[in-house]
Design a protein. Structure first.
Length: 353
């Protein structure tokens, strides 16, 4: 299907307020849409048919699935023009700045006083804007972020979410599992200029070791391999990444999700204590932000962590950003990191309003 017919079909489905998801995997040109025929908010389970899973950050809440009742696809070239796209500045909110700095300071003290090692703290940024319809934003994301998992997810009972995430939760096919530890952030225009400090290196090690430990309980020591850390680009930011592979012979997709989500890159270490600190102190419901999402079937499952995302509404968008906190964190620098991460979505908005 050509791209014009493809997006006309999607917009028609959306305007009828029927559930759908549109997505493109990293480094591909194929864009896929799952169009669900009923408006039921289906809960995903081990008995669910194939479709697209959308899980919240809160592990106590069941994930949802949009079924692939109708599948339509198109091919779209991805040509990045990040350098020529200027983002909107995030309006400075003194109260929000002070609140977040206070929360970061409290968290650092908690890490120093207890056995907490890392906590990922986030915040929501509400902007009163009138961006183009989400399909224009999505098409811009395809162009700006060819190495990201780009998506639009819509259900009339849950609203519309859009994102371009750099992080895979895991890919499982033919018993071969691939996942990643992604931590540390640097904002620069040249990979050669990236210099990782001890704080970022330590944070990356915490994430890698935690994921490796979680997998070990399911697949054993012998079938896990961790590659050397590498610097990777995600939009205008750089991160430290370690690729982890394993052979999975018995564990189900749902057992893998339970073992890996939330990863230390969005929750913390130890996982339960970090999660409890977030729930008690962060001050808002993350909903799908830092949850997981992606296509699932008996043959292949590829799930991603829902980062660099926004919730779209007419006249308003809500962005979600976060930062990994350790004992060596500097609150002001962590605040600035969240400001930098907001630019991923703001570039889309600035290009379409």
């Amino acid at each position: 299907m050509n791209s014009t017919d493809f997006f006309n079909r999607i917009e028609d489905h959306w305007e009828k307020q029927q559930p759908l998801v549109v997505f493109r995997k990293p480094h591909t040109n194929r864009v896929t849409a799952f169009l669900q025929k009923d408006t039921v908010l289906h809960t995903a389970s081990q008995s669910s048919a194939s479709g697209f899973v959308m899980g919240e950050f809160d592990t106590n809440k069941s994930p949802f699935i949009i079924f692939d009742d109708e599948v339509v696809e198109t091919e779209m070239d991805s040509q990045s023009n990040i350098q020529s796209s200027t983002a909107i500045d995030v309006p400075h909110n003194t109260n929000e700045h002070q609140r977040y700095i206070g929360l970061l300071t409290q968290c650092i003290q908690e890490i120093q006083d207890t056995d907490l090692q890392k906590v990922v703290l986030s915040r929501a940024i509400e902007l009163s804007l009138d961006p183009a319809n989400p399909w224009k934003l999505f098409q811009k994301a395809l162009s700006l972020y060819p190495s990201a998992f780009c998506y639009v997810w819509y259900h009339p009972k849950k609203g519309l979410w859009l994102g371009a995430t750099p992080e895979s939760l895991f890919h499982l096919k033919n018993q071969q599992l691939t996942t990643m530890a992604l931590a540390g952030t640097a904002a620069t225009t040249d990979i050669k200029a990236v210099s990782w400090g001890q704080k970022e290196i330590h944070e990356q090690e915490l994430v890698t070791h935690s994921i490796e430990k979680a997998l070990r309980s399911l697949v054993g020591n012998e079938s896990i391999f961790c590659a050397a850390p590498e610097t990777v680009q995600a939009g205008s930011l750089f991160h430290l990444k370690t690729q982890i592979t394993a052979t999975v012979t018995k564990a189900s997709v749902w057992e893998l999700i339970a073992a890996l989500h939330p990863t230390p890159a969005v929750g913390g270490v130890p996982r339960k204590k970090a999660f409890d600190f977030i729930q008690k102190n962060e001050g808002y419901d993350r909903s799908f932000y830092s949850g997981y999402l992606g296509p699932i079937s008996d043959q292949e499952t590829h799930l991603f962590v829902n980062l660099r995302c926004l919730q779209w509404q007419p006249q308003q968008v809500t962005l979600y950003v976060g930062s990994g906190i350790t004992a060596a964190s500097n609150p002001q620098l962590e605040w600035e990191e969240t400001q930098q991460k907001a630019q991923t979505m703001l570039r889309l908005i600035s290009a379409t309003i």
